[in-house]
Design a protein around this ligand. Structure first.
Ligand code: HEM
Length: 230
């Protein structure tokens, strides 16, 4: 996939934050309603809680889960983060895929069953089945939010291979360039201008910058070896 322009990347990141944190909030609402349905003494309140769960499950759960996946994929494939280059991104992808599948294929039918039992004046057989999944999902989304911010665990094996390849090709290019310049200038080599070195290289946190595989300029090389630049 082509790398996104800066404004497009920001736009997709904002969209990704809105939908993924929206999914987390929705899960919190489902949990609150499931606990209300299970613990209230009033059949009318229980029916209202399960009916509300059905509305959320039908109208909000599938689009939010899907949009989280899609925007996450764009933020990964359209940026130097890549999908299988950093462990935190790869883990997020598989965990989100599992959570989205379980929400749509397992949680929604359970909610439907509870809503129709409550609407028909019957007891919901296992109210706990509506409490456990949102609790597990909530813990998972909090974990996913934390790893998104902390970006731990470094590169995957594939990410390391790509970085080595990029380094090797950069070294080959700069050696060829230096050789040609040296021949032209009779052995004298100009110093690299200070502006080509990253001004914020020393302070840039390494873990929160994506590994780049396509930097070819001197400034780009300085940025990528030092962990990124503002
Ligand atoms: C419930 C699921 C998810 C949650 C709660 C979540 C949350 C977040 C948050 C809070 C950030 C912002 C981090 C920051 O900028 O400091 C973020 C960024 C990101 N997420 Fe997710 N995410 C989820 C799913 C996914 C998936 C499925 C993918 C990949 C397929 C993904 C890939 C990314 C990438 C690559 C970024 C960094 C984008 C950039 O800086 O340009 N996320 N996510």
């Amino acid at each position: 996939m082509r790398q996104l322009s800066r404004p497009a990347r920001r736009g997709f990141l904002i969209a990704h934050l809105v939908v993924s944190v929206g999914w987390l909030g929705l899960t919190l609402c489902l949990l609150a309603l499931a606990v209300t349905g299970a613990t209230t003494g009033s059949p009318a309140a229980a029916e209202a809680a399960y009916r509300s769960m059905k509305v959320f499950g039908d109208w909000l759960l599938p689009p939010l889960a899907l949009l989280t996946l899609v925007t996450g994929l764009v933020c990964s494939l359209g940026t130097p983060w890549g999908l299988a280059r950093h462990r935190w991104v790869y883990a997020k992808f598989w965990l989100t895929l599992a959570a989205a599948t379980a929400s749509v294929l397992a949680l929604r039918p359970t909610i439907d069953g509870a809503a129709s039992a409550a609407a028909g004046g019957r007891e919901v057989p296992e109210p706990v089945d509506l409490i456990v999944p949102p609790s597990v999902a909530l813990a998972l989304y909090v974990f996913l939010t934390a790893i998104s911010v902390l970006k731990p665990w470094g590169l995957t094996r594939r990410g390391r291979r790509e970085r080595e390849r990029a380094r090797a090709s950069r070294t080959a290019k700069s050696t060829r360039g230096a050789g040609r310049a040296s021949v032209r200038l009779g052995g004298w080599r100009p110093r690299r201008p200070t502006s080509a070195r990253s001004p914020c290289a020393a302070s840039a946190p390494k873990t929160s910058r994506p590994a780049s595989t396509s930097r070819t300029t001197a400034a780009g090389a300085a940025r990528s070896t030092s962990g990124g630049c503002c």
